[in-house]
Design a protein around this ligand. Structure first.
Ligand SMILES: O=C(O)C(=O)Cc1ccccc1
Length: 287
């Protein structure tokens, strides 16, 4: 059986790099007699990679969730809530080193820089120091940003050195991210529930029944009283009314642990809609 792994494309994105790591990890952990093969499938947006799973065009998607400098990737959070029935299988942490790619012979000749909004934000101090007058133009991905560089020598793109190599493009500057420890967390998502026993994290999102004092505090105190640690809390607009929010939690516990079962049971009293995105472990990608 051929399993399709959806990721943000065109080929050479950081998402593809994470997906490629996952593909090799799957091969290494597959039964030697298994007939499974895997194929990487690029999509134009993160939302489309997740939609591909919901539509059964692909079995797995690898999507960026959070960056150590810029925080959450809103498109991933919003799509997971909207699609509702997708499950996180694994988290991957990828170190990210950005490069400036251009046919310009010097930084002084660059007028426009293209990239994914997260990459532009992760390099903003470098850009304001070395390219203070350029126009910054967002693109769907760091490799979509590479299109057309050849025809226009006053443009540059922020992408990876791996992408520069893949498309045979010149690198003008390396390691341009403002913080050297820049990392992005990706989630491996599918339609199926994850079953391993050693999951370290659970992610979920919820709305509260009414916008009243203490509504969020009641939910958080369930975890506090049971001694369960949270590793992330995010809010996103419900998009229904101004000032109404959804809350996303990453929790340091397995959904199948007895203590989490108790927490989730109690949580249902204080939430309106509760969506559990799954339990998983975290794998660092060592480059
Ligand atoms: O555009 C890419 O290459 C992506 O995978 C999205 C992204 C952009 C910047 C940092 C991490 C992920």
């Amino acid at each position: 059986m051929n399993q399709k792994i959806a990721h943000l494309g065109p080929p050479g994105t950081y998402a593809e790099q994470a997906a490629f790591f996952y593909l090799n990890w799957l091969k290494a952990h597959s039964d030697i007699n298994s007939q499974r093969s895997f194929e990487l499938c690029p999509y134009s947006t993160i939302a489309q990679s997740l939609q591909a799973i919901a539509d059964k065009q692909a079995e797995i998607a690898v999507v960026p969730v959070e960056n150590s400098i810029e925080g959450s990737v809103n498109m991933t959070m919003d799509s997971l809530w909207q699609l509702g029935n997708l499950k996180i299988q694994l988290a991957l942490v990828l170190p990210i080193q950005h490069t400036l790619i251009s046919y310009a012979t010097s930084l002084d000749n660059i007028k426009t820089v293209y990239s994914h909004p997260q990459a532009l934000a992760q390099c903003q101090e470098w850009i304001s120091q070395f390219l203070p007058n350029v126009n910054l133009i967002p693109r769907n991905s760091t490799t979509e940003a590479l299109q057309g560089l050849e025809e226009e020598v006053t443009t540059a793109a922020i992408s990876s050195s791996r992408a520069a190599q893949l498309y045979n493009l010149p690198i003008l500057a390396r390691g341009i991210n403002d913080y050297p420890e820049n990392c992005t967390r990706f989630w491996v998502v599918s339609r199926e529930e994850n079953h391993p026993v050693d999951c370290t994290h659970t992610s979920l999102a919820f709305s509260v029944p009414a916008n009243v004092p203490g509504a969020l505090m009641k939910v958080l105190s369930v975890f506090a009283h049971l001694g369960i640690n949270l590793s992330r809390i995010e809010s996103r607009p419900t998009k229904r009314y101004l000032g109404e929010y959804l809350f996303y939690l990453d929790i340091e516990a397995d959904v199948n642990a007895q203590i989490m079962k108790s927490a989730l049971e109690e949580l249902r009293n204080y939430t309106e809609i509760l969506k559990i995105f799954g339990s998983y472990s975290v794998l660092p990608i060592n480059l």
